[in-house]
Write a protein that binds this ligand. Structure first.
Ligand code: GLY
Length: 362
C-alpha cells in the first residue's frame, strides 16, 4: 500500500493499494473518531459490487450505517439527488461529527462531497473511488458539486475529504472503455509534470490497457498520479494558478464533450483535446515534431484518440462559454516539452489563430 499525504485546508492521506475495501472502516474510525453514524453514498452499478464490503467494514468498527444508492449516470447529478442524501441524514439524526463515504466514480464523489460540504454546514467525507478516473483525479483535491441544466458542475464547493481510500482491485471490474478513459488523465500527469511516469508508461505501452492485469504496476501508476495531484493541490488548493495545469486537454475536451451532448466519455474528449493542443503547439514551432509524435503515439497506445472533427471556430466559441473562463481571456494549458506545462492567457482571436496554426506562437 502507498500512503500519500495531502496538506491543504485539511490534512489527510490517500491510501492506494490492493484489497483496501475490507479495511476502510478502520481508516474511517481513525480519521473521524467521534462519528457514530455513517452514510455510504453509491450508485446502481457500483453498489451491487462493493457496498456490502464497505458496510461490513464500517459496522465492524461500531458505526451505525445508512445507505443511499442513486441511479448511475450524469443525469442524476442534480439537486434532487442531493436533497435525497440530506433527507436521509436529517431523518437519521446525523450530527456534525458524523460521516459520509462516497463509494463510486466521479459523479458519486462530486455529489457525496457536496452533500457533506453543505449538510449542517459541513461534515466529514471519506472518498472511496472505484474508477481509474476518480482514483487519479476526482477523488483528490476537494472539488465537489452538481450540474445545472445550463452546464456541468455549475454549483459546488471546495471540501477536502478526510481520507481517500483507493482499492486498486476495483479496476479489475471496470468495463474496458471506462478503464481506457481513465488512462487519459494518467497520461495527462506524465505530460504536464512527471517524466518518470512518462518513461514508465512508454516502457509499458506495448501492453496497452492490458496493464490493468498487473496489480503491482497499477498500484504504482495510480500512486504516482495521486502524488502529482497532491503536489498541485498543496501549492494551489483553490485553483487560482498551478491547479489550472490539470486542465491540459480539458479546455478543448470539454467543448467536444458538450457538443456531443455528453455521449462521448470525458476521458476520450480529454485525449482528443490533448491531441489538438499537441498539433497546435507543433504547428506553432514550440513543440518539436519528434516530441509531438511521441506524445500522440503514447495516447494511441493506451487505446485513446488524438483528433476530432470539431472546427477551431467551434472550439473557441464553446470555450468562451466554459465556466472556467475568467474575463475575456482563456487560460490555455500548453506542454512544449514532456513534463513541463505552462498557462498561457489567450484572447479568443489568439486562441483561434493558435488552433489554426496561423502564426500565433504558443
Ligand atoms: N480535476 C481538476 C482539478 O481537480 O482541479
Amino acid at each position: 500500500m502507498i500512503r500519500t499525504p495531502v496538506k491543504a485546508s485539511k490534512t489527510y492521506e490517500i491510501y492506494t493499494g490492493s484489497g483496501l475495501l475490507d479495511s476502510c472502516g478502520k481508516v474511517m474510525r481513525e480519521v473521524s473518531p467521534q462519528s457514530t453514524k455513517l452514510l455510504i453514498i453509491s450508485e446502481s452499478n457500483v453498489a451491487p459490487l462493493y457496498l456490502d464490503r464497505v458496510k461490513d467494514s464500517a459496522v465492524s468498527e461500531g458505526l451505525e450505517v445508512f445507505t443511499f444508492v442513486f441511479e448511475a449516470g450524469e443525469a442524476s447529478k442534480n439537486i434532487n439527488t442531493i436533497s435525497g442524501m440530506w433527507g436521509v441524514m436529517a431523518k437519521a439524526g446525523f450530527t456534525r461529527t458524523d460521516l459520509v463515504a462516497a463509494l463510486g466514480g466521479g459523479v458519486t464523489g462530486d455529489m457525496a462531497g457536496f452533500a457533506a460540504a453543505t449538510f449542517l454546514r459541513g461534515i466529514n467525507v471519506v472518498q472511496i473511488p472505484t474508477s481509474l478516473l476518480a482514483m487519479v483525479d476526482a477523488s483528490v483535491g476537494g472539488k465537489t458539486g452538481i450540474d445545472l441544466p445550463e452546464g456541468k458542475n455549475q454549483v459546488g464547493a471546495f471540501w477536502q475529504p478526510s481520507a481517500v481510500i483507493e482499492d486498486t482491485d476495483c479496476l479489475k471490474t471496470l468495463p474496458d472503455e471506462v478503464f481506457t478513459e481513465g488512462m487519459a488523465e494518467v497520461i495527462k500527469y506524465a505530460y504536464i509534470m512527471d517524466t518518470s511516469l512518462y518513461s514508465l508508461l512508454e516502457e509499458k505501452a506495448f501492453l496497452g490497457i492490458g496493464i490493468r492485469e498487473n496489480a503491482t504496476l497499477m498500484e504504482r501508476i495510480v500512486g504516482m498520479c495521486v502524488a502529482d495531484k497532491a503536489d498541485v493541490i498543496m501549492s494551489d488548493e483553490f485553483d487560482n494558478g498551478r491547479r489550472q495545469t490539470l486542465n491540459y486537454g480539458h479546455t478543448v475536451g470539454h467543448v467536444i464533450e458538450r457538443n456531443s451532448n455528453f455521449t462521448k466519455p470525458h476521458g476520450v474528449c480529454v485525449a482528443k483535446g490533448m491531441g489538438i493542443i499537441i498539433d497546435a503547439c507543433e504547428k506553432a514551432g514550440t513543440l518539436a515534431s519528434e516530441e509531438a509524435s511521441k506524445m500522440r503515439a503514447l495516447i494511441k497506445a493506451y487505446g485513446l484518440p488524438v483528433d476530432d472533427d470539431i472546427t477551431p471556430e467551434d472550439v473557441v466559441s464553446g470555450a468562451m462559454n466554459d465556466k472556467k473562463k475568467r474575463g475575456n481571456t482563456l487560460s490555455v494549458i500548453l506542454v512544449n516539452k514532456i513534463g513541463v506545462s505552462e498557462i498561457k492567457k489567450m484572447t479568443p482571436d489568439e486562441f483561434l489563430k493558435f488552433l489554426k496554426g496561423d502564426g500565433a506562437s504558443c
